[in-house]
Design a protein around this ligand. Structure first.
Ligand code: PLP
Ligand code: COI
Length: 339
């Protein structure tokens, strides 16, 4: 293995030693298999390829100062994948199988878990898709569940520095009664055009408005949105956004810090009143938002003019990271010690 520059990792694919796989055939899950191959053999008529019968998850493991490896909120990710499987009629991966597969994939790749000092993490990517053939639009009879891992740095290149986002009414990510609340590949395919435009224009992501009325804030590309004002943590309620586990943690931590928390519809014009704004997610952690440009009206909303995150965002970030790395106690049992 070439030596890894742990401190300068970006969020990109890296080959690691092993991944784990499990097939669902004849109505039941088989044994968890270990593979050192980066490839899979897929049926040409697999529903995952043709009809988007696919769901994935993303979670992280952290090496602490004490040398222990902590996996963050794995049960929540397992539950979300169960929900996604329900949403698009896939075979369900039990919580036990999900947790076992994640832990196994981490243990098989221990040398890729970044050192504590690097501030990086091991990203764990579970994947479930219809592997059985169907040419009519219907759910597959066979499924493949797999987990692979890789060391990663921040999702947005700015890391924990403010990043800029754009709003455009020309794109929808998910329909109000569609699949936005599930973590399925089709939502991400639907976001590529807008995301690409944002990158070309120099923005890190798109802040989506609700698809029906274009009145309320939905979420930011690959992360949820939160705003802070009047000592209150505010995050959108919407049927078409992914229920972010990070967001739930931040709401709890905000309450612990004495903030009020609100999960409700957030009108776009309310942006003007926020003192701080951010994107949150496993990959994004907290990405403070510096400015949001409405490219349809030319109006801008500024949250940071000095290139620094807001005070409350910073406190939330530090508290979350401290629990993830084991620097501070884990009062809610969010962490699973891998070893
Ligand atoms: N929203 C979308 C669309 C995402 O892809 C993610 C990433 O998983 C999130 C929000 C954040 O969710 P979580 O905090 O569970 O990673
Ligand atoms: C994550 O935060 O884990 C995600 O899955 C977002 C992603 C699309 C990279």
């Amino acid at each position: 293995m070439n030596t890894i520059d742990w401190k300068n990792l970006s969020f990109s694919y890296m080959k690691t030693d092993y991944n784990v796989r499990c097939y669902y055939r004849d109505g039941k899950w088989g044994e968890l298999e270990v593979s050192s191959s980066e490839s899979i053999d897929i049926h040409i008529a697999a529903t995952g390829l043709h009809y988007g019968q696919e769901s994935f998850e993303g979670l992280k493991a952290f090496r602490g100062k004490d040398g222990k490896i902590r996996l963050f909120r794995v049960e929540e990710n397992a539950k979300r994948m169960l929900n996604s499987a329900d949403g698009i009629l896939m075979a369900k991966v039990s919580e036990e199988l999900f947790v076992e597969a994640c832990i196994k994939a981490i243990k098989l790749n221990l040398r890729f878990v970044p050192p504590y000092e690097s501030g990086a993490a091991l990203y764990v990517r579970p994947l479930l898709f219809g592997s059985g053939p169907k040419i009519g639009v219907s759910p597959a009879d066979e499924y493949l569940f797999m987990v692979f891992v890789m060391p990663v740095g921040p999702y947005f290149k700015e890391g924990f520095k403010p990043t800029n986002m754009m709003v455009s009414r020309d794109f929808d990510r998910a329909a109000p009664l569609g699949t936005g609340r599930y973590k399925v590949g089709g939502n991400y395919a639907a976001s590529l055009q807008a995301g690409n435009l944002a990158h070309l224009k120099g923005y890190s992501a798109v802040l989506y408005l609700d698809s029906k009325e274009k009145k309320y804030i939905d979420e930011c590309g690959p992360a949820n949105f939160f705003g802070i004002k009047n000592n209150t943590y505010i995050t959108p309620e919407s049927d078409s956004i992914l229920p972010s586990i990070t967001n739930k943690c931040l709401s709890q931590l905000a309450q612990d810090m004495g903030l009020k928390t609100e999960r409700r519809k957030v009108p776009f014009e309310e942006l003007e009143t926020f003192e701080e704004a951010g994107a949150c997610g496993t990959a994004a952690v907290i990405s403070p938002i510096g400015r949001i440009d409405d490219i349809d009206t030319g109006k801008s909303y500024e949250f940071s003019t000095d290139g620094k995150p807001g005070k409350i965002s910073e406190k939330l970030y530090n508290r979350l990271r401290a629990i993830q790395y084991g620097d501070e106690p884990d009062p809610y049992g969010w962490v699973t010690i891998v070893e």
